[in-house]
Ligand binder design. Structure first.
Ligand code: SF4
Length: 243
């Protein structure tokens, strides 16, 4: 068998064992010896990206498990489920609401009631889906009767949110509603005045808009909320251009 036949035979063998790609040798080694490091760097970065993505999911799951067992405030007594959040661990946009409601508490998922369905519609209109973004709340347990989260509860729960932000590293954060915006920015400034500006939280650009539940109560908030989404997308575009 000549050299060419041997190569053809080898390719047949790979096909038979279900290999659709050529096995790549240790490019880091061959790159060093040949002085050509671009391929080895590429492979290394590719491997790093993959492990980075996996570790993001794993790290979010770990935080989720801690949330499930958390008894740091009294809300653990009345919850049916914790709601850690959902979405893309590598999302550019992170939406943060205030706290789970009745449906969220029942299902353990964020924004699944009427307000959640409206948020889905807004996302679709903006060319996004839940798989593109990450959605969570400041509080991971439902306050009884959907009352506003208390400052002490927010302080106790905030470390979970900060860790989620550190893992996801979103390019932009969008606070949904007054409680979320004021709680994260540690301000008493009205939501109406916080809108339309790019704030910063731990070095990440942040914008604020109305909570979908508020839009359900007041139809007049639809237009300004849509304007805020456009503002957020334009800001994100500019941020990406700078990269
Ligand atoms: S709301 Fe947050 S701090 Fe309070 S019990 Fe739930 S997870 Fe823990």
């Amino acid at each position: 068998m000549n050299r060419q036949d041997k190569i053809i035979e080898y390719f047949r063998y790979l096909k038979d064992v279900g290999e659709n790609e050529l096995p790549i040798p240790d490019m880091a080694e061959s790159g060093r010896s040949s002085g050509n490091t671009s391929q080895s760097e590429y492979e290394k970065n590719k491997r790093l990206e993959l492990s980075d993505y996996k570790s993001k999911s794993q790290r979010l799951n770990e935080i989720g498990n801690e949330i499930k067992n958390c008894q740091n405030c009294a809300l653990h007594k009345s919850r049916n489920n914790t709601v850690q959040g959902m979405g893309n661990p590598d999302a550019d946009i992170m939406f943060i609401g205030e706290a789970p409601g009745a449906e969220e508490d029942r299902l353990g998922l964020p924004f699944v009631g009427r307000a959640g369905k409206l948020l889905d519609k807004i996302l679709v209109a903006a060319g996004l889906t839940r798989d593109d973004v990450f959605i969570t709340n400041i509080l991971k347990c439902r306050p009884p009767d959907n009352r506003d989260p208390m400052p002490a509860e927010q302080i106790k729960c905030m470390p979970f949110l900060i860790r989620q932000i550190e893992v996801i590293e979103p390019k932009i954060i969008c606070c949904l509603g007054r409680i979320s915006a004021q709680g994260i920015l540690k301000t008493k400034i009205a939501l109406g005045k916080l809108r339309g500006q790019v704030h910063s939280f731990r070095g990440i650009p942040l914008i604020a808009t109305y909570h979908p539940a508020a839009i359900l109560r007041n139809d007049n908030l639809k237009r300004p909320t849509w304007d805020d989404f456009q503002f957020m997308l334009k800001t994100l575009e500019k941020l990406k251009e700078k990269e």
